[in-house]
Design a protein around this ligand. Structure first.
Ligand code: AMP
Ligand code: MN
Ligand code: MN
Ligand code: MN
Length: 279
């Protein structure tokens, strides 16, 4: 039987709704053999996930999804196979989490000015007080009936130009890739088709990423169409980068893709897991 890899997922340590233990159990039930836990800007869930993975026949890859600002845009860089105790990685993530707390207070203030009270407190409660994401605000706003679903709530409240938007300056691309490499991991551009970059800009991003020491593109993603996966496979080949695959699972209710339910990497891709020794 083929090994099923899912190298992008979230738990309650960031904006997922399952605890690391529940996430690992669900992945195992879905037939996933190798799961990466890649919480936004945090490695807090990894110890628990590793414990849960050791109870079933699942390999847990320690990871993270690091928020980066590149030419004024937010880009996500997935880290795979990191040592979560790496000091430079932890120092870097600490700054991002602190920024998230400040941003959350700002978002709360801005929504308050628009007559929406209690958003900061609600988002904090929904996040268990660990790491606050726009997703937590979005869940509160949907509960309040401000919009019909998550997609609509982002569009009306939380993106640039909308009442609850706060500009973020995250890590630089070089910093993020540097922390990942120092932690012994591989850096991957998450869901590259989601940034709505022109072909020229996307290729500039891939070049900058490769020059910084990046390893792979997330060719297959829960948020990519089949066509987008083929386009990204061609870019990976052009730049001699490896290819990754991940669902970007957040929650049983709010995910476009179930854990492990991914098409195979297009023909000719070199998998990011080639040298991991699981096959
Ligand atoms: P943050 O990193 O706190 O700015 O939040 C970004 C997160 O919000 C992403 O990781 C997604 O999980 C979520 N997100 C962004 N845009 C949307 C959308 N249109 N619909 C649903 N979730 C979204
Ligand atoms: Mn997310
Ligand atoms: Mn992402
Ligand atoms: Mn993600």
């Amino acid at each position: 039987m083929d090994i099923i890899y899912d190298l992008h997922s979230h738990s309650t340590a960031s904006d997922g709704t399952l605890t690391p233990t529940q996430l690992v159990q669900r992945a195992h039930e879905a037939g996933v053999s190798v799961l990466a836990l890649t919480d936004h800007d945090s490695t807090e869930g990894i110890t628990e996930a590793q414990q849960a993975a050791s109870m079933c026949d699942l390999q847990l890859v320690p990871g993270a999804e690091i928020s980066v600002t590149w030419t004024g845009r937010t880009i996500h860089i997935v880290a795979l196979g990191i040592n979560p105790h790496s000091p430079s990685l932890q120092q870097g993530l600490k700054k991002l989490v602190e920024f998230r707390h400040w941003r959350a207070e700002e978002i709360g203030r801005k929504l308050e000015l628009k007559g929406i009270g209690g958003a900061y407190e609600a988002a904090r409660t929904l996040s268990n007080g660990t790491l606050i994401s726009r997703t937590h605000f979005a869940r509160f706003l949907v509960e309040q009936g401000r919009a019909k679903d998550m997609r609509a709530v982002f569009r009306h409240y939380l993106v640039k130009g909308k009442p609850g938007h706060v500009h973020g300056e995250w890590a630089s691309l070089d910093e993020a890739v540097g922390w990942i490499r120092e932690a012994g991991g591989q850096a991957v551009i998450a869901h590259p088709a989601r940034y709505r970059l022109t072909r020229t800009k996307l290729r500039k991003l891939i070049r900058d990423f490769r020059d910084a020491g990046g390893a792979a593109l997330e060719v297959v993603s829960g948020s990519h169409s089949v066509d987008e996966a083929f386009t990204m496979a061609a870019h990976a080949k052009d730049y001699e980068l490896l290819s990754s695959a991940g669902s970007d699972f957040h929650s049983p209710e709010q995910s476009w893709t179930e854990l492990g339910r991914l098409p195979p990497l297009p023909h000719g891709c070199v998998p990011v897991w080639r040298d991991w020794g699981f096959c």
